[in-house]
Design a protein around this ligand. Structure first.
Ligand code: NAD
Length: 406
């Protein structure tokens, strides 16, 4: 992934009128979000409860800004000004009155709930209280906040200074005015906000599930090996990475945890059930690149050592029966998932397509892709998959055939 595209501060209007921004948690995401907010002109207070962690994060931001200066993307003066706008702190009580506070502490509901209750106590009722959670329901996080209409999700992608997409997530009790306010602010920060409701996995982590799941199932069934499936998705689908190499890149444990969370939150819907294949990798400690082996084995320089695609086989499978066609099968399930999300009113067509292109670098939005393939064709393919693999995983969304997508 290209990490050289960070926007420079001079691209943004001065946001200081909006007021200071608080960021809680100075880990990978919090530090990146603090950098983005300060780059957009805000005074930022970066809070971490671990002694020294917030100051260390400010140092890391300084190094990141220096790299931008070295590449000619930021002037020396701007880098110094951005860094000077960030103040480390150790508790939420040290925050000034903020226009927005973004929480980015570990993914633990009790911890987040406590932090939101504390924030609601110390911040004025006009302050937007946002969480960067990837998977927890916004209303659950807001449970102990007296005025939950100001609580919403701002789901940044990693690394926040590089990734343009932000999912602006509303809970059942979030007021529209706060959502629109957050959307406008993300626009002003140079981000591309998309709106969605607090549904398991939001847009990206929900719609992407079959990208991994179908590939794993095809390998599990012995139809083709991982390198051949990845080749088909890359070379015939135009995806920047095949699904199996991507799970090695993300980390099998991380990818399995996200999938399992969506599965649990959908009452263990078969559509999101984890595969024995991936569980086996995790149990064996084959977590991907970070452990030197996962789906593939890696040399010290990061290259894959043990995999050659069977191109002839891939060519034969693509365009054949959908049950053994890695590309058609994956696309059908991606389109179905995206259409279903829209049909349930969780997000708009444009927001789903934008989110999948920016959040996962799919070559096309899944709904636009479905329109190209034909929604009726997709519905038939899913029905065929259901016949080949009964059990409830393959259920065509009624919206594929009721005319609502055309
Ligand atoms: N890492 C990612 O790729 C990614 C992407 C999108 C969203 N998220 C979400 O962002 C959040 C943070 O993830 P991360 O990867 O940055 O985690 P992290 O573990 O890197 O950082 C969390 C930080 O929070 C601090 N912290 C813990 N308890 C605290 C408290 N009570 N008050 C203040 N600080 C506290 C920790 O000391 C740590 O520095 C999670 O909800 C995660 O799901 C992560």
């Amino acid at each position: 992934m290209d990490t050289d595209t960070t926007e420079a501060s001079t691209d943004h209007p001065d946001q200081s009128a909006f007021g200071p921004v608080g960021v809680i948690g100075a880990g990978a995401m919090g530090a990146g979000i603090a950098q983005v907010a300060a780059t957009a002109g805000h005074a930022v207070t970066l809070v971490d409860s671990m002694p020294g962690a917030a100051a260390a994060a400010v140092d890391r931001i300084g190094v990141a800004l220096r790299r931008l200066v070295d590449k000619g993307r930021l002037s020396d003066d701007d880098a110094s000004a951005v860094l000077a706008r960030i103040t480390p702190a150790a508790s939420v009580e040290e925050l000034p009155e903020c226009g927005l506070v973004i929480e980015a502490v570990p993914e633990d509901l009790d911890l987040k709930r406590r932090i939101f209750a504390d924030l609601a106590d110390v911040q004025p009722s006009t302050t937007v209280l946002a969480t960067n959670t990837s998977s927890i329901d916004i209303d659950d996080i807001a449970a102990e906040v007296a005025d939950p209409e100001r609580v919403l999700g701002l789901h940044f992608f990693n690394p926040p200074p590089v990734m343009r997409l932000v999912e602006v997530v509303h809970g059942e009790r979030t007021a529209r005015a706060f959502v629109e306010h957050a959307v406008a602010l993300m626009d002003a920060w140079g981000k591309t906000p998309v709106r969605c409701s607090s549904t398991p996995g939001f847009i990206v982590n929900r719609v992407a599930r079959p990208f991994y799941g179908e590939a794993q199932r095809i390998v599990e069934s012995g139809v083709a090996d991982a390198a051949t499936v990845d080749w088909a998705l890359r070379e015939r689908g135009g995806f920047p990475m095949g699904p199996l190499e991507l799970t090695d890149f993300i980390g099998q444990d991380v990818n399995l945890a996200v999938g399992t969370s969506v599965w649990e939150q959908t009452a263990r819907d078969e559509r999101y059930a984890p595969t024995a294949y991936q569980q086996g990798l995790v149990e064996a400690g084959r977590l991907g690149r970070k452990t030197g082996s996962g789906v593939y084995a890696y040399a010290a320089d990061g290259s894959i050592t043990d995999a050659e695609p069977d191109v002839e086989l891939a060519e034969r499978l693509v365009g054949g029966p959908v049950a053994t066609d890695p590309l058609a099968r994956t696309l059908a399930m991606l389109v179905n998932e995206a259409v279903d999300l829209v049909a349930r009113g969780e997000a708009s067509v444009d927001d789903v397509d934008t989110a999948m292109q920016l959040g996962t670098r799919y070559p096309k939005g899944p709904i636009a892709w479905g329109r190209e393939i034909g929604f009726d064709v997709v519905a038939r393919q899913i029905t065929e998959l259901d016949q080949a693999f009964p059990g409830g995983r393959y259920r065509p969304s009624p919206a594929l055939t009721d005319g609502s997508m055309t």
